[in-house]
Design a protein around this ligand. Structure first.
Ligand code: HEM
Ligand code: CA
Length: 769
């Protein structure tokens, strides 16, 4: 039956591809690059702009291919020979650009240790499979650019019509180094894979680590392929730092509803679902600014992946430190699944499923390193003065953290960003403990289970808890209960039966690079520690604790103090005010200044070629604005005036900027456009995940007794079960304590229900299933 379905599927695919206008499959294996022989003189300007200054010095190495290749009318503009030549040349251009980047670093253009710019990279080196995919995507982009330039010069294709023209072609670069078999047979596995492959049996690569982000609007690059977008007039878009200071003023208005933990959970699940990574050289991070940021590097020293943010001379903050440039580097790109030529698509470096990848990793190698290989448990570090485990230490602390001395902790977990703030590391630690607590109970219930069986069963329960807390507790609080029900984001009955294998669970580019980043506004400027009894509060400035989680371990009570603080302290209001801790001081380390997260968000949206705010209004069912005043339904007059002063045209408004300025939808922290994108993403993340925890009637489904237990969990319960001295928590830990949401004792199992794992006790024979 299964085989028949697969044969049907293959037949369907063959038909589909036959109907495509033209199929040119080219294998780049063993291409002799020295044969690349392009006369680039006539296209130098355009191509140089897109591919960087490297060509200024190397274009003369290419010969005369374009001149020798005449276009035969009857062949149509694209002939196999032309494609071969473009691909060869694209490969050579990509290679030269890479070599130049490496040379620049060798010549001393590299980032200083402990600089905000280096910390921003998290880990400036990637695994071989990611590096290979990035290289192939560079070849694809350069080849697409060469083809565009050639066609525009020799036929009636214009830069504007090129993309539409290309959509009707299937021109592939099939590179064996990608190592991804084009067909893959997924077994009927009981557990999810670590890298997300085979979650969807018909589209095995959907949602995997290393996939491209998906799009709900066509990309808008300056040249249609990869260059940074421009205003409609052809001029530069407004400076991202200016937009940040003028529109996202430095203020932290305390939320009257949400706790710090609400913000922290948002970042925790972000890191489970999304991770863009930045381009690097073989030697590490890329420097784009002179010295400490005194200006942008001159073109001859600038890596072509640089997109530095200039700081205006009158900047009220950076002026005092002489900072005129903030380092910023393009996100890595990935080949499309079918390796076709076309515009740039960015890569997601983690599994897009909400599958606990922050705890377990998004690849087998990482996940194996994190396991203790005994009784299904994860590695943990035990301390003399605490009964509970802590995350293990990373191999190279100095490369991952900003420590004052080497005895301070710096953790390793499933996600590289774990040390970014102490409260993020706190959530990682709570779930490490939750995993090991559950593994202990399961091994007592089923003493004959192997390490592997215990690990997989425990992981399945922990992932289910993370999904339940997100969909039943966090999303209704942040998106509004009624919306969550209306959009079928949250399942209501015991089992869901709406898994849909046609829904791609990948991350929508505009979700990761714009909409969900709106929650940067809810980050408060302080972290709180509360001693037992909640009768005092110690505040730590966020900017003093980036990449240094040591406040979790300064005493035997320190961890619990930060946990208590996270459910007592407020998060900031969701509004266009953003704390200077993020907009002036992000990752400041020992410096007096740091990076600007909001300017980064705006520049990142452009880097990813996101369509404009106005385009997304239309996609999300609003009227497309023809003038600034048409925004009045969603944006207040003073903000419209500010936008009109900064942007030349209403169509130029960046998605992140316009979406952040909208009034919130009633019951939601987001405005209409971001609400629509965020709701769409969480719908896809649930409906497109075969292993979503409450999917019924699947071979891997929980029994109804088990699922009833899972559905009792809450963040409050996870806190109670995994701390030594937190005795009271409010039932809704994402909301501040109030008369409607009082604190309860952790041993009040009526108020804060307990997940009873006896439903996992199995007859001995089940050992072999
Ligand atoms: C202290 C708190 C936070 C800090 C310091 C922080 C910092 C950052 C940084 C440095 C980036 C990468 C910027 C870039 O290069 O493009 C980023 C990306 C992002 N942040 Fe945050 N963030 C925080 C909290 C949050 C929260 C609460 C949310 C959402 C609920 C969030 C959502 C995102 C998203 C969706 C991305 C894109 C992820 C990616 O593609 O890699 N962040 N954040
Ligand atoms: Ca994931």
């Amino acid at each position: 039956m299964l085989i028949q379905t697969k044969i049907m599927y293959v037949k369907k695919m063959i038909c589909k591809f036959r109907s495509v206008l033209r199929v040119v499959v080219l294998f780049l294996l063993f291409v002799n690059v020295s044969a690349c022989n392009l006369g680039l003189d006539f296209l130098a300007e355009d191509l140089l702009a897109a591919l960087g200054p490297i060509l200024a010095s190397t274009s003369n190495i290419f010969g005369d291919i374009f001149k020798t290749h005449s276009i035969e009318e009857e062949d149509g503009p694209i002939t196999p020979d032309l494609i071969t030549e473009c691909l060869k040349c694209g490969r050579e251009l990509a290679r030269s650009s890479k070599e130049r980047g490496n040379k620049l670093v060798k010549n001393g253009i590299n980032l200083e240790a402990y600089s905000p710019s280096l910390l921003h990279f998290f880990s400036p080196s990637y695994s071989a499979d990611i590096n290979n995919a990035v290289e192939v995507s560079h070849e694809i982009l350069s080849s697409t650019k060469v083809l565009q330039t050639k066609l525009c010069a020799c036929s009636d294709v214009t830069p504007n019509t090129f993309m539409a023209f290309l959509e009707n072609q299937v021109i592939k670069v099939q590179d064996p180094t990608l190592g991804m078999p084009s067909t893959i047979i997924c077994g009927n596995a009981k557990y999810r894979t670590t890298d997300g492959i085979c979650n969807n049996e018909r589209h095995p690569y959907w949602g995997r680590k290393g996939a491209c982000f998906t799009r709900i609007a066509n990309p808008k690059y300056g040249d249609g392929i990869y260059s940074m977008p421009l205003a409609r007039s052809g001029r530069e878009l407004p400076n991202p730092r200016t937009l940040s200071t003028r529109l996202f003023t430095d203020r932290c208005i305390p939320s009257r509803v949400f706790t710090h933990a609400n913000m922290q959970w948002g970042q925790f699940i972000t890191h489970d679902m999304v991770s863009k990574a930045m381009e690097v050289t073989d030697e590490g991070g890329i420097q784009c600014c002179l010295g400490d940021g005194q200006g942008v590097l001159p073109p001859e020293w600038l890596n072509d992946k640089c997109i530095p943010i200039s700081v205006p001379d009158d900047d009220t903050f950076y002026r005092s430190y002489g900072i005129k440039c903030l380092n910023m580097v393009r996100s890595i790109t990935a080949p499309r699944e079918d390796c076709t030529l076309g515009p740039a698509e960015q890569m997601n470096a983690v599994t897009s499923f909400l599958d606990g990848s922050t705890i377990y990793g998004s690849d087998k190698k990482t996940s194996m390193k994190l396991r203790s290989k005994k009784n299904g448990k994860l590695r943990q570090v035990n301390k003399k003065d605490s009964c509970r485990g802590f995350l293990p230490s990373v191999d190279d602390k100095s490369a991952s953290c900003d420590l004052r001395n080497s005895s301070e902790p710096c953790y390793v977990s499933g996600d590289l960003r774990v040390n970014q703030t102490p409260t993020l590391a706190m959530l990682h630690t709570l779930f490490l403990r939750e995993h090991n607590r559950i593994a202990d109970i399961l091994s007592e219930l089923n003493p004959l289970w192997s390490d592997e069986k215990l690990y997989q069963e425990t992981r399945k329960i922990v992932i289910a808890e993370i999904q339940h807390i997100t969909y039943q507790e966090w999303l209704p609080a942040n998106l509004g209960e009624s919306y969550v029900r209306y959009y079928r984001i949250s399942p209501s009955s015991l089992y869901s039966r709406d898994y849909n294998e046609d829904v791609n669970p990948g991350i929508i580019n505009s979700f990761g690079a714009a909409a969900f980043r709106f929650m940067h506004s809810v980050v408060p400027d302080t972290i709180m520690a509360c001693p037992s009894g909640y009768n005092a509060a110690y505040l730590h400035r966020l900017s003093d604790h980036y990449f240094n989680p040591s406040i979790l371990e300064t005493s035997s009570e320190a961890f619990d103090d930060v946990v208590r603080g996270s459910v007592s302290h407020y998060s900031a209001e969701a509004d266009p005010f953003v704390s200077g801790e993020l907009t002036n001081l992000m990752f400041k380390s020992y410096n007096r200044w740091g990076l600007d997260l909001i300017a980064t968000d705006i520049q990142r949206g452009r880097d990813h070629g996101l369509a404009s705010y106005n385009d997304y209004r239309e996609i999300c069912g609003l009227r497309k604005a023809r003038c600034f005043q048409d925004l009045a339904g969603e944006i207040t007059q003073d903000r419209i005036n500010a936008l009109a002063r900064l942007y030349e045209c209403v169509d130029d408004i960046d998605l992140f900027v316009g979406g952040s300025l909208e009034r919130d939808v009633q019951g939601s922290i987001f405005g209409h456009t971001f609400h629509c994108i965020v709701a769409e993403q969480f719908y896809r993340t649930r409906i497109g995940d075969r292993f979503f925890y409450d999917n019924g009637e699947m071979p891997h489904s929980f029994s109804s007794d088990q699922l009833k237990e899972i559905k009792k969990t809450s963040l409050a319960r996870v806190i109670c079960d995994n701390t030594d001295g937190v005795y009271y928590v409010q039932k809704k830990a994402f909301e501040l304590e109030s008369t409607y949401n009082p604190k309860y004792r952790c041993d009040d199992y009526e108020a804060i229900p307990y997940v009873d794992l006896t439903a996992w006790k199995k007859p001995i024979l089940d050992l072999f299933d």
